[in-house]
Design a protein around this ligand. Structure first.
Ligand code: SF4
Length: 166
């Protein structure tokens, strides 16, 4: 998988430098990411899904472990043994059964946020299966796009940055 830098958010001023040649639009109900990806679950993701009445054993695959370098990030989400897609993808409608409570990695896809010295770098995973990448009706990944879709995530990173510089 190739990843490409498409935007850089200044965490102090919230100014955004972005790649004007890149556009994105999620093609609703395509669901290819739900079929193709392995999704890591943070503790917060598990708690949020449990609020809907599921038990962790129903959707956490404790044999799938995710690490970033030597840091344990979390366990993976289970796959449907028949379709091999995410256990929460309804095979008939291709809709996510827990959409409003979906894990952060699903919300962010196909983007990856990486913090780097006062900035939040936004990379895109250039997966061939995602038709939203460089979609002709796509939107640029500019300040408006980032803050309207991921404003809460940016605020979290900002808080961490302020704490560290205090
Ligand atoms: S594969 Fe891309 S276009 Fe399809 S649902 Fe996932 S993010 Fe949207």
């Amino acid at each position: 998988m190739e990843k490409r830098l498409v935007a850089k958010i200044n965490l102090k001023t919230l100014e955004v430098d972005y790649d004007q040649n890149f556009r994105f639009r999620c093609v609703e109900e395509c669901g290819r990411c739900c079929e193709s990806l392995e999704i890591p679950l943070r503790d917060e993701d598990i708690e949020k899904i449990e609020e809907l009445g599921y038990n962790a054993w129903e959707f956490v695959d404790y044999e799938k472990l995710f690490y970033r370098r030597d840091k344990f990030l979390g366990y993976g989400i289970k796959k449907n043994p028949v379709t091999e897609a995410c256990v929460f993808l309804d095979p008939g409608t291709k809709k996510c059964k827990i959409y409003s409570h979906r894990p952060l990695a699903c919300r962010l896809y196909p983007f990856i946020f990486v913090r780097s010295e006062g900035y939040l770098e936004v990379y895109v995973k250039e997966d061939d299966f995602c038709p939203g990448i460089n979609h002709p009706d796509g939107l640029p990944v500019d300040r408006k796009f980032l803050l309207s879709n991921y404003g809460d995530v940016v605020r979290e990173y900002r808080k961490k940055t302020v704490k560290e510089t205090e």
